[in-house]
Design a protein around this ligand. Structure first.
Ligand SMILES: [Fe+2]
Length: 240
């Protein structure tokens, strides 16, 4: 999924003696498919993407549609249509033994944050996706985003909600991993404690956000709905 460096993928396929049959790209931004051509030069496999992104992604031919299930033996991957970061973005939900186990989110959701909407996205659509699709996933589902922005996102979360002890403890933990080539995997239970975009009903976050926001936009001093809070958070993160 989302090959960046084809040599890295081809070396792994060779070392592990894997039979690479399909490459899936979550969306049309080049850093999520620039390895496609190098893989296609060496291996005859299928390339899958959102139907509206296929024409923008090298080698991509087959459509990943919402609800499609890709069999992996007894288990499968379910395709989720997750627009917002771009309007042609899929996420891939891994189902093992009948239970949702993990999700690959591309640039839709990151650890302690969500994707920006600066290159072809729409924050209102992202709000619907985050609330209606990811808001319903069980706490135990592990999150695998397309980039590791956890440290920066936790610092932003703490700038809005300094008393969040879960975010502070996690920030200290991941700072010990820097330089060790290790990364921390979170699940949605933890994300609901550290990710401000999942805490739209948090009273203190709401009040702190209003006071920060009023500093640069007098039209948005009062945030009435969770949608407005989400949009204000996304805007503040863009400027942070
Ligand atoms: Fe992207």
């Amino acid at each position: 999924v989302d090959p960046y460096d084809s040599d890295q993928i081809l070396n792994l396929v060779s070392q592990e003696r894997l039979n690479l049959r399909a490459v899936m790209n979550t969306h049309e931004h080049a850093d999520h498919w620039m390895g496609n051509e190098g893989i296609a030069d060496q291996i005859n496999c299928d390339f899958w993407a959102h139907p509206n992104a296929i024409s923008k992604i090298a080698k991509s031919k087959l459509a990943l549609r919402n609800g499609d299930k890709i069999s992996l033996g007894k288990d499968f991957i379910q395709v989720l249509d997750t627009p917002g970061h771009t309007l042609s973005h899929v996420s891939l939900l891994g189902i093992q033994s009948g239970q949702a186990n993990f999700v690959l989110t591309g640039d839709t959701i990151f650890n302690a944050g969500v994707g920006n909407c600066k290159k072809g996205g729409d924050p209102e659509i992202l709000y619907n996706t985050v609330c209606n699709i990811f808001g319903n996933l069980p706490d135990s589902v592990k999150l695998y985003p397309g980039h590791d922005y956890m440290e920066t996102n936790l610092k932003f979360a703490l700038s809005i909600l300094p008393e969040n002890s879960f975010a502070r403890t996690l920030l200290e933990e991941i700072q010990t991993l820097v330089g060790k080539k290790q990364s921390k995997v979170t699940d949605f239970g933890l994300e609901r404690k550290i990710n401000p975009f999942f805490q739209l009903d948090h009273h203190t976050l709401h009040k702190n956000l209003e006071s920060k926001h009023s500093g640069f936009d007098s039209n948005l001093i009062t945030l009435k709905t969770e949608r407005e809070i989400f949009l204000a958070l996304r805007r503040l993160r863009d400027l942070w």
